[in-house]
Design a binder for this molecule. Structure first.
Ligand code: PEP
Length: 259
């Protein structure tokens, strides 16, 4: 396919700004520039570490994209405790995760909230990384495809298709997140193929081909190569293993040599 894979590290609610700098530097020494030319990498630190990570990325010229894990759907206003997309854009954030299952579950985010966030990210010229995925019960009931389709349709409702060429969609089965039990590569491919076909119905096949589809859920250095060797899996979203610079570097190397 000749595609450039994307490897994204979601650090979740881990690392102070000082720990984040140490982690980034530990990652940087494990990666060489020619490797990073073959694969796109983004890291998504917590809000409090974004500025520090951005400074180190810029000062040391590290070719990784700066990502956030969430944002509000308004650019400013009376929303105590929230962080707006325009604040993130000003910090040099390029990608923003929207609709992670932990936000859907613990913070009760609906498809409508997620759609508004996605639109806010685009309005601020950043790339949304939309997360979708089924629960174990839904998989066991055979409802995986229906769930993915409804989350995708819900999130993309009303959004101008022309703005979506850089969209990233991460297939993250909830039962695989943080459990050490990754999806079988064939199941990840089937889910991503289904997502691409729904995207094709919604946006047309040309655009659907351009959209990068990631797999996320217990990705580690041992399962990366097989996961990304599938035609419709254009990269991986990594949680736990991205906190370990050794493992995250190994995942990036696997993706760089497979893509
Ligand atoms: C995630 O939460 O996005 C994730 C993929 O987590 P983990 O890799 O730890 O399963």
């Amino acid at each position: 396919m000749g595609r450039k894979l994307l490897v994204s590290g979601n650090w979740k609610m881990n690392y102070t700004h000082l720990e984040a700098i140490t982690a980034l530097q530990a990652l940087d020494v494990r990666l060489n520039r020619s490797l990073l030319a073959k694969v796109d990498v983004s890291i998504h630190p917590p809000f409090t570490a974004l500025r520090s990570v951005q400074t180190v990325v810029e000062a040391d010229d590290i070719p990784v994209m700066l990502g956030a894990q969430n944002c509000h759907f308004e650019d400013k206003g009376a929303y105590t405790g929230e962080v707006s997309p325009s604040m993130l854009a000003k910090l040099g954030v390029q990608l923003v995760i929207v609709g992670h299952s932990e936000r859907r579950t613990y913070f009760h985010e609906t498809d409508d909230d997620i759609s508004r966030k996605l639109s806010a990210v685009l309005r601020n010229k950043m790339i949304p990384m939309l997360c979708v995925g089924e629960s174990l019960a839904e998989r066991e009931e055979g409802a995986t495809e229906a769930k993915l389709e409804s989350q995708l349709r819900g999130a993309l409702a009303g959004i101008d298709r022309k703005s979506l060429s850089d969209l990233v969609v991460a297939y993250e089965p909830i039962w695989a997140i943080g459990t050490g039990r990754a999806a079988y590569p064939d199941d990840a491919e089937a889910a991503c193929r289904h997502l691409r076909s729904v995207l094709s119905q919604l946006l047309g096949s040309e655009l659907a081909e351009q959209i990068r589809l990631l797999y996320g859920g217990s990705v580690d250095p041992d399962n990366t190569a097989e996961l990304v060797s599938n035609e419709d899996v254009d990269g991986v979203l990594v949680g736990g293993a991205s906190l370990d610079p050794e493992k995250f570097a190994a995942i990036i190397k696997q993706a760089a040599s497979t893509g």
